[in-house]
Design a protein around this ligand. Structure first.
Ligand code: AHR
Length: 505
């Protein structure tokens, strides 16, 4: 029988809106993400604006990135924001104990980060320090950033050259409190989240969206402990939530933590293990959502996957604490699969952040001195950007022969999602099969897709990647779209990602 499937897409049935924030990114003071990635300093020969690398800004602007999370990660819970303001040369230094034990000069601080967000046209998502900071410190950071008029923190901000407050919505109450963020028990952290959130005030019309540090992987007990404590029942006439979002972190590995495997030297078995691990995010989101539904049936609290992506061994010869890994076609397919799954959970998911934007883990950009490299993952975000703030269209996928046994789970190697926005439709299709093409029919009902255009991301090898020397993975036009009585038919090449876009009539 023919290997492939039919995707029934009802163009006139609207699913939930896919928040643009599902396409968020993450920049930590880790390895060469901030220093060398975003920040080169004003005296660098690399073109920059106020020290911020302009090629990186330009590439990210083309992705319409909706938000950027900073300064960590684990780093957030040892970061003291007051060390990162004022004249750069006078800023105190510290040791980045989590990442490579290197000295942090604090040259990239609050003003630099907010300037970066303005250049990118993106919303800041700031992670505050619960692990080693104080309630006062966090409260004053919010005041410094968002308060107008006159106050001690406002005067300090103005003295540092910023008259107007910034708009900061997304606010993290610590990070991985169960681990690097303080090794806390869920119940203890839940109390701290309530305490810290109390003093993270809404100044003027700046309304914070407070995000509690959530679970790792499938630790549903952590989510339950947090959700149990979410509301201020009985302490006010109108109960209010202490946090509006709750996070979860999930990384895709090709093996156990001690043997994650190489980013480029992998065989087909490791490839499928990676894909099966990536597909697990579906069950994990479902599991946390189910727990949240019990406490928040109206789905007002957002689930925030603020760290996701592949985590492989560092490239040989690089600092093990810098988490620099190559990015291949395999990473691109991990990304396209995740994004389909995120679209499916658009009702509960409020945000997701790929770890990490430049030079760290599943980066969309690599820098090689003054050169910039767009990784295969970058192209997935670019091809998919039309889904941001679009209305999801439910997809019913009927497949034959595309399931594959990986360990004790079955991996479906076809994945499809679709959305509509401003009179156009965007359909994303992934074929995870390493060797076999798939025959696909798009059975479009309740409307017509005019002038469909295809764009394909693939390469001859799963291990293909890009460098300043050679670009092995790039987007190509795809013209093999056949209109027949069953719909729009196409042959999806092995290990490929395709988007089909057109006007809705
Ligand atoms: O993204 C790298 C690290 O992974 C982050 O600092 C931490 O939150 C997670 O464990």
């Amino acid at each position: 029988s023919v290997r492939g499937g039919t995707a029934i897409i009802n163009l006139d049935i609207e699913g939930p809106v896919i928040s643009r924030h599902l396409y968020g990114h993450f920049a930590e003071h880790l390895g060469r993400c901030v220093y060398g990635g975003f920040w080169v300093g004003e005296d660098s020969p690399i073109p920059n604006e106020g020290g911020i690398r302009l090629d990186v800004v330009e590439a990210l602007r083309a992705l319409d990135i909706p938000n950027l999370r900073w300064p960590g990660g684990c780093f957030a819970d040892e970061y003291h924001w007051k060390d990162g303001i004022g004249p750069r040369e006078q800023r105190p230094r510290m040791v980045n104990t989590h990442w490579g034990n290197v000295e942090e000069n604090n040259h990239f601080g609050t003003h630099e980060f907010l300037a970066l967000c303005e250049l990118l046209g993106t919303e800041p998502y700031i992670s505050g320090n619960v692990g080693s900071g104080t309630v006062q410190e966090m409260s004053e950071w919010v005041e410094y950033l968002t308060r107008d008029g006159d106050s001690p923190m406002v005067r300090e901000r103005k003295a540092n050259g910023r008259e107007e407050p910034w708009k900061v919505r997304f606010w993290g109450l610590g990070n991985e409190a169960w681990g690097c963020g303080g090794n806390m028990r869920a119940e203890y952290y839940a109390d701290l989240a309530r305490q810290y959130s109390t003093y993270c005030r809404d100044h003027g019309d700046n309304k914070l969206y407070r995000i509690a540090a959530g679970a790792s992987d499938d630790d549903y007990a952590w989510t339950e402990a947090l959700m149990r404590q979410i509301s201020c029942f009985g302490c006010e006439a109108t109960p209010k939530n202490f946090f509006q979002g709750l996070s979860v972190h999930y990384y895709t590995l090709a093996g156990p933590w001690e043997a994650k495997g190489s980013a480029t030297e992998f065989d087909e078995e490791a490839y499928y293990r990676t894909m099966a691990a990536a597909a697990r995010i579906d069950r994990i989101i479902q599991g946390h959502s189910t727990v949240m539904d019990a406490y928040d049936p109206k789905r007002q609290v957002g689930l925030v996957v603020d760290e996701w992506g592949t985590w492989f061994d560092v490239e040989p010869g690089t600092n093990p604490g810098f988490l620099f890994q190559q990015n291949t076609l395999r990473d691109a397919l991990v990304a396209s699969l995740h994004l389909d799954i995120f679209h499916k959970h658009a009702e509960r998911l409020a945000m997701a952040n790929l770890a990490q934007t430049v030079n760290v883990l599943q980066a969309v950009l690599h820098t090689e001195d003054d050169q910039l490299v767009l990784t295969p993952t970058y192209h997935v975000f670019e091809m998919n950007k039309g889904h941001q703030d679009a209305t999801s269209l439910p997809v019913h996928l009927r497949t034959s022969g595309t399931g594959r046994q990986v360990g004790d789970s079955e991996l479906e190697t076809l994945s499809v999602s679709a959305s509509t926005k401003d009179g156009s439709v965007l359909i994303s299709l992934t074929n995870l099969d390493a060797d076999q093409p798939a025959e696909i029919t798009l059975d479009l009902r309740g409307g017509t897709l005019l002038e469909p255009r295809g764009r394909l991301l693939t390469a001859d090898r799963l291990q293909a990647h890009n460098s300043a020397r050679e670009e092995q993975v790039s987007v190509q036009p795809f013209t093999d779209l056949r209109q027949d009585e069953r719909g729009l038919s196409l042959t999806l090449p092995p290990h490929s990602f395709l988007t089909v876009a057109g006007r809705l009539a």
